[in-house]
Design a protein around this ligand. Structure first.
Ligand code: HEC
Ligand code: HEC
Ligand code: HEC
Ligand code: HEC
Ligand code: HEC
Length: 462
């Protein structure tokens, strides 16, 4: 046991009781340090391992062509090179120091940390194989999940064991010249993904990303549906899983050498990041992200009052039908999900609009937006996770939950015929000004995806 658990015992009890009452905010107790610093990533004996122990996907392609084809171009395959991440990580290194940068790397490029290269090695000197990010030889060289001081996973709480024995579902794999197998049942569980998909502030304990916690409280967890059941399945299968709350089984061969068909798990790992084509060069991953976003939500409109010269009042309701966690999830202070509403008269003239972008492409603060505002120690909004100490506004749509909002406006006296009400649920990975501030000349205008829409005619009483 290499974490300073004793010093932590008291803190854990408080943290757990807080967890039950307030999922999102949590924890003023600072997390412990692992043998590799602020990240909890480690090795079986807590000592650095040779970086050569991490193969890249090309080394697996000879026998696992399918998995490599699916994985290359995923965000896992560029979790170190992703230009949005690089810009944020270099800013963290500059403003918060090498130690915090190593904390980021514990999840984004774990091999660079457990090989002892980060902190302390310049980007240009780092070998390519450790910059391959969350590669095959991270997930499949995890020896075990480390006990977590929070009683749940986070901050890369796993131990790596590089070598010829891979973490597999079955110990008895078909003999082959590539490697042996070691049974690692955790691979099939959400707790494994949660090691990285729960981000806890390394010094103040704020839970910044809590996808796992959202899932854990959901009907999906209740029915035993894991992250893998949606993210290691096709979009069509994931939609089926969300609808029926039953896993879908897919059969195939696990390698080109395999004699027998088994249950397989497509390795696309796609979420909502539609910029994948730009970030990793993969169009298929970007197209899949768009399809995932479109499968996640439903939007409805209900008119409550419509009087010429009086009030138009209508409810916008957004339901999370397809995501096994909140909408949006994880980087909720950065991601933008909002409703664009328009009311038109019979001649097509715009009478009312909410959620439109201004000339700079920015969204007004008052818009109906789902997401959060991260606050720094002075209570000012920040998009720098390392400065976050609490959340201000936070509005997320729980799994299978619905968020409603009534919008109101005053209608003109003279109105001919029906009105048209239009609403669109939109998503983009970040506001343009943030990308501009962090990425400088490399910044791009983030693509907007329509996740759902509704349109309705309204008869006005006179
Ligand atoms: C020389 C061929 C070869 C190479 C190279 C190879 N593998 Fe394998 N791998 C196999 C074979 C054969 C199986 C067993 C298939 C079976 O039992 O049906 C297997 C099985 C696996 C399994 C487990 C399948 C299960 O059902 O549990 C994993 C995980 C795996 N390999 C990962 C990797 C990784 C990661 C790499 C690259 C670092 C790699 N393999 C390189 C041939 C290879
Ligand atoms: C506990 C693991 C973990 C740690 C530590 C971590 N991240 Fe991440 N990071 C993730 C995961 C998981 C995602 C993907 C979430 C998503 O896409 O919704 C992510 C996504 C990101 C993204 C979004 C990339 C994009 O293309 O939109 C940025 C930027 C980022 N992280 C920066 C950082 C920085 C800077 C640090 C250190 C201060 C850091 N991360 C520390 C796990 C981690
Ligand atoms: C983010 C973690 C992660 C990465 C990266 C990853 N895998 Fe896997 N892999 C898994 C998990 C999890 C499973 C089992 C899923 C389950 O049982 O629900 C799996 C299963 C497998 C299997 C068994 C057959 C199958 O399709 O289920 C093989 C073979 C395999 N992986 C090879 C690879 C190769 C080769 C790479 C790199 C190209 C790779 N994996 C990258 C997590 C990962
Ligand atoms: C019932 C299916 C389902 C399950 C279960 C599920 N997801 Fe998702 N996930 C989705 C859908 C649909 C999206 C796209 C909408 C969105 O971005 O939230 C998504 C998006 C994501 C994103 C991208 C969020 C963003 O836009 O930045 C991440 C990261 C993610 N999931 C991780 C996980 C993890 C980790 C788990 C397990 C704890 C999990 N998912 C369980 C369906 C699922
Ligand atoms: C070693 C850390 C690590 C593990 C383990 C891990 N992930 Fe991730 N994952 C990341 C990071 C880091 C990113 C974001 C990379 C980026 O955008 O720069 C990410 C991105 C993703 C995305 C894309 C998010 C988006 O915005 O579209 C999905 C989906 C995802 N992971 C699912 C999973 C699932 C399912 C598992 C478990 C089988 C898993 N991950 C295990 C670190 C990890």
């Amino acid at each position: 046991m290499k974490f300073e658990l004793a010093a932590f015992a008291a803190g854990v009890a408080i943290v757990l009781s807080l967890l039950q009452s307030e999922p999102a905010q949590l924890a003023s107790t600072p997390p412990p340090r692992g043998p590799f610093g602020l990240s909890l990533v480690t090795t079986t004996d807590g000592k650095p391992v040779a970086h050569e122990g991490f193969a890249t996907s090309e080394d697996c392609a000879l026998c696992h062509e399918r998995q490599v084809e699916e994985f290359d171009g995923s965000l896992h395959s560029v979790s170190h090179h992703d230009p949005v991440y690089r810009a944020f990580a270099e800013l963290a290194r500059k403003e918060a120091g090498e130690e915090v940068y190593a904390y980021c790397s514990g999840c984004h490029a774990p091999a660079s940390v457990v090989s002892g290269l980060v902190p302390g090695t310049a980007e240009a000197e780092l070998p390519d194989n450790v910059k391959a990010g969350v590669q095959c030889d991270i997930c499949h060289q995890v020896d075990s999940l480390s006990p977590s001081p929070w009683g749940e996973p986070g901050n890369a709480n796993f131990a790596l064991a590089p070598g010829k024995v891979k973490a597999t579902l079955r110990a008895a794999i078909q003999a082959n010249p590539g490697h042996e197998g070691r049974e690692a049942g955790f691979l099939a569980k959400s707790e494994f993904c949660a090691t990285c998909h729960t981000v806890i502030h390394p010094t103040n304990g704020l839970r910044i990303e809590h996808t796992y916690d959202e899932w854990k409280r959901s009907v999906y967890a209740e029915h035993g549906i894991q992250c893998q059941d949606c993210h290691m399945r096709s979009v069509a299968d994931a939609i089926e899983v969300a609808r029926t709350l039953k896993p879908v089984k897919v059969l195939g061969t696990t390698s080109g050498m395999s004699a027998q068909e088994r249950e397989i798990h497509p390795h696309w790992f796609v979420g909502g990041n539609v910029e994948t084509a730009r970030l990793s060069g993969s169009e298929p991953h970007a197209a899949e992200a768009e399809a995932r976003l479109k499968s996640a939500a439903e939007l409805t409109l209900a008119v409550q009052a419509a009087k010429a010269g009086g009030e138009l009042a209508f409810e916008v309701a957004v339901t999370n039908v397809g995501a096994g966690h909140s909408l949006p999830t994880s980087l909720t202070e950065l991601r933008e999900m909002w409703v664009h509403v328009r009311v038109l008269d019979a001649a097509g003239k715009l009478l009312y609009e909410d959620g439109a972008l201004d000339a700079q492409g920015e969204l007004a603060k008052a818009a109906l937006r789902f997401g959060s505002e991260l606050l720094d120690a002075q209570g000012k909004p920040t998009f720098r996770p390392w400065l976050g100490v609490s959340f201000g506004r936070k509005r997320l749509i729980a799994p299978k939950g619905t968020e409603r909002e009534t919008l109101r406006t005053t209608l003109p006296k003279e109105l001919e015929g029906e009105l048209t009400l239009e609403a669109r649920l939109l998503y983009r990975i970040a506001p343009p000004h943030v990308l501009h501030e962090v990425m400088g000349e490399q910044a791009f205008v983030p693509r907007i995806v329509e996740m759902a829409s509704a349109r309705q005619g309204v008869t006005v009483s006179r």
